[in-house]
Design a protein around this ligand. Structure first.
Ligand code: PGA
Length: 255
């Protein structure tokens, strides 16, 4: 089943306007250079800057094929929610994706599977595609709970109406995020295969076979190749290494 590899950058709370312009513009120029050489990207590229930089990033990548996404969205379409951002506004700012359920939001903002599901549904209702993040902690892994935890989070946070066209899953073991301690290709593949199996029973074999499952957690140019060559790893959700053109493009080159 052909699944187009998605290379997604999660900038987290990093960068100012000038950095976003340089990074998004630099990636757009790489894409243009690839095209000029007669090449066609065999991957889809996505950058997810902080909210206030969405419009600027969308402008900087215009015409390059690179997509822009947000790192979160609110579950309601509008209303009295000080400090929050609606999926509609994210779309209006020029983005086409929203990440929901990142472990940093699950931890820092005590987000539950139920809330994440509602956010994902709001994103779909606004016409965005959604990246639903799941992943176990080191404690859960050590307790032999890895597959159970991931299946439970997947069950709880997968939006109603999820299809391979509008939903992407990101497996991000919490112990691998920002630590430099990357999951081995075998560890990652084991969980990705279990996620696909769970998707099969929920959505049927056709959708599950087409749905992309990204790996996230200390992915770098040096380890991307072996991770991305696993049968059920369909791309990466990249934090630290998405903050420079050299590293992020280096990961895309591994596809
Ligand atoms: P990292 O972050 O690549 O810096 O480990 C990944 C993520 O949290 O999405």
């Amino acid at each position: 089943m052909a699944r187009k590899t998605l290379i997604a950058g999660n900038w987290k709370m990093n960068g100012l306007k000038k950095d976003a312009k340089a990074l998004a513009g630099g990636l757009a120029r790489k894409m243009a250079a690839l095209r000029k050489k007669g090449g066609r990207a065999n991957f889809e590229m996505l950058i997810c800057p902080p909210f206030p930089l969405l419009g600027l990033a969308a402008e900087a990548v215009k015409g390059s094929g690179i997509r822009v996404g947000a790192q979160d969205c609110h579950a309601e379409a509008s209303g009295a929610h000080t400090g929050d951002t609606s999926a509609q506004l994210i779309k209006n700012a020029g983005a086409s994706y929203a990440i929901v359920g990142h472990s940093e939001r699950r931890t820092d903002h005590a987000e539950t599977d139920r809330e994440i599901k509602a956010k994902a549904e709001a994103a779909l209702a606004a016409g965005l595609k959604v990246i639903v993040c799941i992943g176990e902690t080191l404690k859960e892994r050590k307790a032999g709970q890895t597959l159970n935890v991931n299946r439970k989070q997947l069950r709880g946070s997968l939006p109603a109406g999820a299809t391979a066209a509008n939903t992407v899953i990101a497996y991000e073991p919490v112990w691998a995020i920002g630590t430099g301690q990357v999951a081995t290709p075998e560890q990652a593949q084991e969980v990705h295969a279990a996620i696909r199996k769970a998707l099969k029973s929920k959505l049927g074999p056709a959708e599950a076979g087409k749905m992309r499952i990204l790996y996230g957690g200390s992915m770098k140019p040096g380890n991307a190749d072996e991770l991305l060559s696993q049968p059920d790893i369909d791309g990466g959700l990249i934090g630290g290494a998405s903050l420079t053109v050299k590293d992020f493009w280096g990961i895309a080159e591994a596809v």
